[in-house]
Design a binder for this molecule. Structure first.
Ligand code: CP3
Length: 349
């Protein structure tokens, strides 16, 4: 845990829900809550490139706090990106507006793969730690600050594919053709992620979330062989704060994740029913999610109804309200507010 002298926490609902403690109502935050649906984010986006925003602690701090000022959710997540780790491993990443990430030197050969080495990750990504420490101070204890990293399988997808994709077939083809080289990359990514998350915790992160956004592209067997062991090793080696694992699309792995991953909470995408998730996870782990992000485009009255129904089905204990994936860029701010406010006003029946 961090040695800094940070202001005392005023709202600990999120941390209490992660511990499974009794809460008055579930806490709420939204994945990608700092982003393009906020006009104040767009203003900074016009002035600075994506990685300028990520690499300048003052900007990352300001962007992290924008949704806290605007919507007052119960947790902040540091503004950064999962692709900082591939950058620290020598992959050149550009963020092209309207297209997404593009890598200048993706992994194409076994030699490329074997040359990936996790070294001095906290030093290379010091700007993330600086942003976290600054943001903890600036938040002044209003809400806890979440740190995060991409899971090895999801990072491998981008590092091999070289850009975003719906299927990541280049990455999967590499995995099947060169399992040894792929295993080496996964190992380095796992080590990099462990030192990165531990450094974020030293810098002041009060919880961490692992994003395995592309886990659902793997068959259950491949997930168990390639992705799950990395998640388990990271969770066993990251110490001092609760970890949330968000592995998108792997309903079939919920049981294993709940009993074997050591995570404090599991993030759920919107294709999983609350009842199914509770049954598979045995009721002893906190669940986070899983409002369909596109439902925020529905009329406000419907957002309120659907949100209340979601809480009712999950129950208020061991539950963190969130979306089932990141907020969409064209969601009106008052629709996002309706979601957050409905949870904050929820009264147990
Ligand atoms: O949640 C937050 O508010 C914290 C910030 C955050 C960002 N990216 C900022 C961002 C987090 C947690 C991420 C994680 C991330 N990044 C993931 C995992 C979560 C997920 O959505 O599945 C992934 C796969 C990435 C990689 C990435 N970054 C892609 C594919 C893109 C382009 C697509 C897009 O949404 O534009 C990004 C860019 C990005 N990361 C933006 C933001 C706010 C949009 C950039 C912009 O145009 O300003």
């Amino acid at each position: 845990m961090s040695n800094h002298n940070f202001p005392a926490l005023k709202n600990d609902l999120f941390l209490r829900a992660l511990k499974g403690e009794e809460v008055e109502r579930p806490p709420v935050w939204m994945m990608r809550q700092a982003g393009r649906y906020l006009p104040q984010y767009m203003e900074l986006r016009h002035k600075y490139s994506f990685f300028e925003r990520v690499e300048t602690p003052e900007l990352a701090c300001e962007i992290t706090i924008q949704p806290i000022d605007e919507l007052e959710p119960d947790a902040a997540i540091i503004f950064s990106d999962i692709l900082t780790v591939p950058q620290a491993l020598g992959i050149d990443v550009q963020m092209i507006p309207g297209k997404g990430p593009v890598m200048g030197n993706p992994i194409q050969t076994e030699d490329d793969a074997f040359s990936v080495l996790a070294e001095n990750i906290p030093e290379k990504l010091h700007y993330v730690m600086d942003a976290i420490t600054l943001t903890r101070r600036e938040l002044n204890g209003r809400v806890p600050l979440i740190g995060f990293a991409g899971a090895p399988w999801t990072l491998f997808c981008y590092m091999v594919e070289g850009e975003g994709s719906k299927t990541f077939d280049k990455a999967k083809s590499f995995l099947y053709q060169y399992p040894e080289a792929s295993r080496h990359v996964m190992r380095e990514l796992t080590n990099a992620t462990i030192s990165y998350l531990n450094a974020q915790i030293d810098a002041g992160a009060q919880a961490v979330q692992l994003f395995d956004s592309w886990a659902g592209l793997l068959s259950p067997e491949d997930f168990n062989e390639w992705a799950l062991p990395c998640l388990m090793e990271i969770s066993a080696s990251v110490k001092g704060v609760p970890m949330i694992i968000f592995a998108k699309g792997v309903w079939y792995a919920l049981e294993r994740l709940a009993y074997k991953s050591g995570a404090a909470a599991l993030g759920l995408d919107w294709t999983i029913s609350p009842e199914f998730a509770r049954e598979k996870t045995g009721g002893n782990i906190t669940l986070q999610g899983n409002f369909d992000p596109s439902h925020l485009l529905a009329p406000i009255k419907e957002i309120e109804q659907k949100t209340r129904r979601m809480i009712h089905r999950f129950g208020t204990r061991r539950y963190i309200a969130n979306l089932g994936h990141g907020i969409l860029p064209h969601v009106p701010v008052d629709h996002a507010r309706a979601f957050v406010d409905t949870i904050k006003n929820y009264k147990q029946e």
